[in-house]
Design a protein around this ligand. Sequence first.
Ligand code: HEC
Ligand code: HEC
Length: 366
Amino acid sequence: MTRSYFSAIVLMVFNLQVVAQPLGLPPVPIPADNPQTPEKIKLGDKLYHDKRFSADGKVSCATCHAKEKGFTDNLSVSKGFMGKQGTRNAPTVINAAYMKTQFWDGREPDLEGQSKQPPVNPVEGGLASHQPILDVIKKDGDYPKMFKQVFGVDEVSMEQVSKAIASFERTIIAGNSPFDQYQYGGDPTALDASQKRGLILFRSKGRCVSCHVIEQTQALFTDNRFHNIGIGFKKLKDNEAKTASAFLKEKHRGAEVDVTVLTQENMSELGRFAVTEDPTHVGAFKTSTLRNIAVTQPYMHDGSLKTLEDVVDFYNNGGRVKDTDPVSGFQSGGIRPLGLTKEEKKDLVNFLKALTSPEFSHLAKR
Ligand code: HEC
Ligand code: HEC
């Protein structure tokens, strides 16, 4: 409690915007050129839910990032207009505002840039350009008034559309989980005995905390870096170099990275390499936050692990589904067999279930 009063005072002293900040989370970073206002957030909310910004008029951001599914779609890989299937799992939008980069491969630096891609991706919104969005806005009964009020313009641009959506997303923030109440709220009863053992394993024998970071006063559960933990490796096996050079050929010919990686399964597996072109980044993906992980199944960039038990088994096997599977030469050195007992695996899973915020706990399977 005292800590949040303190932060609020610090924010006021420095004349920054004060955004309500749940237990366990730092202040939401707000870009200087896109301040939060109630009107802009409301506009972003409407845009986020507008299905007309897609080729079949049926797909909005909320189709794949639905509040009632923990701001995901609970599918292995997402389905866009006309049911077209992509290659990747939809990450939650909850707390995406804290991420230093957006997407599994970090190809966009911020929410503003991120929000421009889905409507024109051939397996998501399916529009040929952003123009149809601006046309819908122009003819709508409410949008022109709203954009005028928020941005003072008569002619709306995609810049403003993306700013409003990003502002709305910066309100989709959730902390205050049982873990936060235990760790930062001073409530020793917020975790049960198994979850307390799980937290210790998370920090020690499980080695999870080296990437899914917990800090002194807050926890985002991500280091905002990219690692190859061994997911999807079989799809690239022994073809890494060939796939990488085919990808570079397409990219340098002018193909958009988001189109290539979301439409071609093997290229999707290149991960961070698609952005940096650094061969040591082949198969490396952004460390996910683990907040609300119990409601955002299935897991990993390809949605290949169905349950938290599967995830813990995968790590326990040294980044392999079966401990007889081969290990990729590109795999992070931080991933190795853990030797967890059956009880320890259960404790770790129970700990992960303590990361659910109260407003999403009704979505968790018991
Ligand atoms: C057809 C399903 C679909 C639609 C529609 C869609 N998304 Fe996504 N979203 C995804 C998938 C899949 C990814 C991961 C893609 C990748 O990493 O290459 C993603 C990634 C994201 C991320 C990155 C989160 C992170 O942790 O990196 C954000 C934020 C996001 N989407 C917001 C939006 C917004 C805003 C819209 C509407 C403008 C939208 N999405 C429309 C499926 C969708
Ligand atoms: C070397 C860094 C690293 C370590 C150590 C690590 N993780 Fe991860 N974790 C990642 C990365 C990177 C991803 C995304 C990987 C992907 O999709 O290819 C991830 C994904 C996950 C996911 C799925 C997230 C989602 O939204 O789909 C869970 C759950 C998870 N990790 C839990 C754990 C647990 C539990 C441990 C300890 C046993 C652990 N991690 C150790 C880096 C790490």
